[in-house]
Design a protein around this ligand. Structure first.
Ligand SMILES: [Zn+2]
Length: 320
């Protein structure tokens, strides 16, 4: 078995025990934030389920394992959007439903991985519901989702749910320092939701330096001496990531007002807190999280102008 990321091991051991005792549900769901390496867990799981020799891990030698290695196992079905960003269609799910009625070709289980499950449109989700209500004993469905709350409750309630819990900021920083052979600060993990692989990319791509510049630029704006126009322009590329980093900075600064100081806090949190009162930080953090959501849902908006208006509000002004 290939080595798993350390934070996946506890879920994998539980899954292995379930598989070995035949208790793994025929309808299961994995809730995993991006950047946690959930795909590695799914890969190991799929190989184990398809292996003809063992129940809880892949032997690597049997015919089934070899078919999995070459990506040609006829009883393994990976269902995902036909194009990135598109929906999983009702036709795709109906095709699954038909396959689920048939016995497996190699005599073992048929495995369906549906990923990301939230990309099923409503009719696709409804079509799947019927199969999940009475899954046949020779089929196993694993739905993988980043956002369980965007799925129909009727779907989630029929699945045994598993959640991948992100490690702490300190353990992510420690793991990354080992991987990269350089010191990675805990705040880097913190502003990336403690997702180790996202943080690794953050460090590898030099985004930590980019963050430091943004932090200083925001502090200047909060102190009334910065260039809000320049910062708004800067924030209008890779907007979701950059605004999320600043959201962490503002929420850390709010906690500083309550006397909290944690090792993973953003370096500028104390200075922001010293330059702005709690109420303003609170309302600006709320407004920022709404802005992030608004820009995510409506791609055609003028992000630079909306960000500029948000920045102006630090000084009680508005540009809209
Ligand atoms: Zn095998």
């Amino acid at each position: 078995m290939s080595r798993l990321y350390p934070w996946l091991e506890s879920v994998w051991h539980e899954w292995q025990a379930s598989l070995q005792s035949g208790r793994f549900s025929n309808a299961a769901m994995l809730v995993a934030e991006p950047g946690l390496g959930g795909e590695q867990l799914i890969d190991v799981f799929s190989r184990a389920v398809m292996c003809s020799n063992y129940e809880h891990e892949a032997c690597g030698f049997c015919h089934s394992c070899q078919l999995m290695q070459s990506g040609n196992h006829p009883d393994f079905h990976l269902v995902k959007p036909e194009k990135e960003g598109k929906a999983i269609s009702v036709e795709q799910i109906r095709h699954c439903n038909r396959q689920a009625q048939e016995s497996s070709q190699l005599g073992g289980l048929r495995l369906f991985i549906i990923e990301p499950a939230e990309s099923m449109n409503e009719s696709a989700a409804n079509a799947l519901l019927k199969t999940l209500e009475e899954p046949s004993s020779h089929c196993l469905f694993l739905l993988v989702t980043h956002r369980a709350n965007s799925l129909l409750p009727t779907i989630t309630s029929r699945c045994q749910q598993w959640h991948l819990i992100p490690p702490s900021s300190e353990s992510v920083a420690c793991w990354l320092s080992e991987q990269t052979k350089k010191s990675v600060p805990a705040f880097a993990a913190h502003i990336n939701n403690n997702a180790p692989l996202t943080t690794l990319a953050f460090v590898d791509e030099g985004k930590d330096k980019q963050y430091s510049k943004l932090e200083q630029a925001l502090l200047d704006v909060v102190q009334g001496k910065g260039d809000a126009l320049k910062l708004a322009k800067e924030l209008s590329t890779d907007t979701a990531d950059k605004l999320t980093w600043l959201w962490f900075l503002l929420t850390d600064a709010q906690k500083v007002h309550f006397g909290v100081q944690l090792p993973q806090f953003t370096p500028g949190a104390a200075s922001i807190a010293a330059s702005s009162d709690y109420a303003l930080l609170y309302s600006q953090a709320q407004a920022l999280s709404q802005l992030i959501e608004q820009l995510r849902e409506h791609t055609g908006l003028n992000s630079e102008l909306l960000i500029l208006d948000w920045l102006f509000k630090f000084n009680g002004e508005t540009c809209l």
